[in-house]
Ligand binder design. Sequence first.
Ligand SMILES: [Zn+2]
Length: 606
Amino acid sequence: MSDDAVTPDPQEEPGLALEGGAMREESAYRVLARKYRPQTFDDLIGQDAMVRTLRNAFDAGRIAHAFMLTGVRGIGKTTTARIIARGLNCIGPDGNGGPTISPCGTCEHCTAIAESRSVDVLEMDAASRTGIDDVREIIEGARYTPVSARYKIYIIDEVHMLSKAAFNGLLKTLEEPPAHVKFIFATTEIRKVPVTVLSRCQRFDLKRIEAEALIEYLQAIAEKEGAAPERGALGLIARAAEGSARDALSLLDQALAHGAKAEDGTTLVAEDEVRDMLGLADRARVLDLLNLVMEGDTAGALKELGDQYERGADPIVVLNDLLDLAHWLTRLKIVPEADDDATLPPEEIGRGKEMADRLPINVLTRTWQMLLKTLKEAKDAPRPLAAAEMGIIRLAYAAKLKTPDEVIRMLETDAPLPDMPDPPGTGGSGSGGGSNTPSGSGARSGGPRAAAKPQPVAEAQSMVMLRTYKEVVALAEQHRDIRLKTELEDYVHLISFEMGRIEFRPAPRAPGDLAGRLKTQLEGWTGASWAISIAKEGGAPTIREAREDEWAKAVTAAKNDPLVAAAFEAFPDAQVVDIFEAQDDFTSPAPGNPEFALGDDDDEDL
Ligand SMILES: [Zn+2]
């Protein structure tokens, strides 16, 4: 962004843009938004594609008769329409210039348009003038040549509001436009504009401005205004503005009004103040809260929620933030670029990545669903805090339960898993340990799995012995190499395994460096040397294939249980969503075992 991008418009005076033929969008402008309204395309941020297309058209002398600008409110449609109008009629400082995409800003036409007093540029808000009579005026006027400018330009905002008759009237002029007439339409609802009209316009879809660009823009304007905002504060504003420069500037206005003055006169804008101003709960504390919940620390989570409430946080806002967070973590897990979010401080992104690595995808999606349900309940509840607390308790409890694939993994493990303790902070999401299983499942301890456990990975130990391929996968998970773990589950058709030697056939989509990475990691983790060989044929089903098969069988077996069958008879729409490990042979649960959960759509989690 060039420096002049934030030069105040010299002609602009407060209030002027609101008068006369000003478009409806103007009414929401606040001081900064008006003061820094872009006067040229160089000033307009975030619409590079549109500007490039326009420049090419102007350079080639192929300027459309009609333009259609579409995009959400506050994104710059009006501003763009005015810049195009100036560019069409600009004659340059010397009075000899032609149509340009870079209007001079000083010639008589540029200044007249900026002050909304050009007789040849007519602005109309279709939201208030929808009828055929209004359009007839335009059609009549279009027959006469411009008074002083090159073109007669009609800017029609919210054009989708025009009546059918008005559109039909307009269409005749659009079909055979006089050479001296240009139309610039703007709309937030392009689908309501008839195709017959659309097809005669050059269409531009204005984009939401990227957060990064918006933050830089706000920073530059704040500096011009003698303010020193914290970057986190601008991040919050950019996030709240959802890609609208105008909304962002309005919020910056408010933030500057709230800001304290330093001794040298600089206005300080603190992140905390902006957060309070926007009514946002502290995101770092929301992360803390979710972390406690996912660790199954009910008491800690309730205390944290209570503290936030004491500080004035609205329980609905906290739930919304938790929901956003669950969504973001899920995205972080699936789309690595999700961490590019410029509105977040780096340490939050770091914490988020760490949580996303740790939590399985099904736990994240389940969390999101439960939070959504809690949010709805809280909105209906006489005391939202109580509803939020109930939701937190349910979530923390659910976090302790095993997910179906964890149960299946234990089932299909014919040899014992290394029964290492969960690293700190993994809560109920780890694969080992029965301590997280809720009370009621006394049957686990001392079972066959516990009998022959291999030595845990410990620094004191020189070499870690692995007995099965499953233990290799478990080791990858223990060491948080989730990518390798997933690849080992999805892409490896095992042919043979012994300590120090693995032979397998890679699935077609396996990455080429899988064997190499496996060797490097195994040697690091076990302290032994490993030979990994690749075969072209044969091999067992992958763990994922086996797991999916086991799950299908487990569901079938569960449905054959008399108790479960009875439940299905009573609730025909029920689905088996979780099978919780209760005893060694879980397919025939003890009568009344509370952990053998069946769910329907309304009560799927507990
Ligand atoms: Zn000019």
